[in-house]
Ligand binder design. Structure first.
Ligand code: 4AZ
Length: 375
């Protein structure tokens, strides 16, 4: 298990590892060999081969920027912000500190050294995500959300009307559902505004940030709602604060287990029979439901694709609803809050055996990375 991880507020201090990937027949494709962490303070990259008790600082020789990006994404961050070699003479290292020189790949063959040839070690900073300042919906059966509880939640508006929810991934990137933007002029960003840092006032006119680009997934299918994801690039960056911050994505090795407690939030309808958005952001706890069960004949009878996942309750009563679409389904692990789903569809709202269906973000990570890198 890879559970050696914890986070400090804003200073990321994280450990993670490569899990063995087991093929269906039981054959092991690659073995877990090394844990990583970024140490608070100087952001030094440390590695710990599986068979060693102590953390080793990573030597800078053989380092390439692409490795920093890969490591940050494995942690669930969107990108690496800074990476450089730091002179060992400029950092405080413990007596007897050992070092590791990279081998042929990130996960394997780090060689233990008593010093670094280059005299430098790797400092790596990933984009901040997944922390909220303090402990603290069309959500049917939910509760009012306290300010700051969901600082990544945005209201996506066209003209001044709330159309959908969305989530902050980076100061200039919002993720929402493709079906929210599909009926508007293709790829046109004009008219779209994003309102961040609010819990009240889905109908009011606070200053929003205009959208520069709208990019829907090219495979989005308006009939099946497969690939229901769109990214919005903002014209100006959001000012991150206690009220506005980014979500993490899933690390590539993380499994999503049925029953995991996750949260949905939004300004959508709070009663299936009343077409009215709420004034106050709502939240609801909705456990994940395994796809096999959700796709069974008593639920969605095969309508789900691999790009979808379910969350909610077989008995109904608590669910996302119209107006919540595009908004986040988030789950917390030892490290961070992560975007697991995007409110997408369902038969009605809060009905028995018709749980909410969400875009399965883990299946679309390569597309998110590619789009946010090239635009
Ligand atoms: C909608 O129409 C919608 N109960 C969103 C979520 C759900 C149903 C409908 C899930 O936007």
């Amino acid at each position: 298990m890879c559970s050696l991880s914890f986070a400090t507020n804003r200073l990321l201090l994280s450990l993670f590892c490569y899990r063995p990937r087991v093929k269906r027949c039981g054959e092991v494709r690659s073995v877990l060999s090394v844990f990583f962490r970024i140490q608070a303070g100087a952001s030094l990259l440390a590695v710990r081969p599986r068979d060693r008790p102590r953390w080793l600082l990573a030597c800078y020789e053989r380092w390439r920027p692409a490795l920093g990006t890969r490591l940050c994404r494995h942690l669930g961050a969107l990108r690496a912000i800074h990476q450089k070699g730091v002179n060992l003479t400029d950092v405080a290292v413990e007596d007897g500190q050992e070092f590791a020189q990279m081998g042929s790949s990130l996960a394997d063959a780090w060689q233990v050294r008593s010093s670094c040839e280059s005299g430098r070690v790797v400092a790596l900073q990933c984009s901040a995500c997944g922390q909220r300042p303090a402990p603290g919906g069309r959500v049917v059966g939910g509760m009012d959300a306290a300010p700051g509880r969901w600082p990544w939640q945005v209201s996506v508006r066209h003209g001044s009307r709330h159309r959908c929810g969305g989530s902050v991934l980076a100061p200039r990137w919002i993720v929402t559902a493709a079906h929210c933007v599909h009926s508007y002029r293709r790829r046109s960003a004009s008219g779209w505004m994003v309102h961040a840092g609010i819990t009240h006032g889905s109908a009011k006119q606070e200053a929003g940030v205009p959208v520069e680009r709208v990019i829907s997934h090219p495979l989005y299918n308006d009939n099946s709602l497969d690939y229901d994801i769109a990214l919005m690039k903002l014209q100006v960056p959001l000012n991150f604060s206690d009220a506005i911050s980014a979500l993490c994505l899933l690390p590539s090795h993380q499994d999503l287990l049925p029953g995991t407690p996750c949260w949905v939030s939004g300004w959508g309808y709070t009663r299936p029979d009343q077409a009215q958005l709420t004034e106050t952001l709502k939240e609801a706890l909705v456990p994940l439901i395994g796809t096999q069960r959700c796709n069974s004949s008593c639920m969605y009878a095969g309508e789900l694709t691999a790009r979808m996942l379910c969350a909610g309750y077989p008995q109904g009563k608590i669910d996302a609803c119209q107006g919540d679409s595009g908004g986040p389904l988030v789950c917390q692990d030892e490290l961070a809050w992560r975007l697991v789903g995007i409110v997408s569809w369902g038969r009605g709202c809060a009905e028995p055996n018709r749980p909410g269906v969400y875009t399965n973000v883990a299946q679309l990570l390569p597309w998110i990375y590619r789009v946010t890198e090239i635009h």
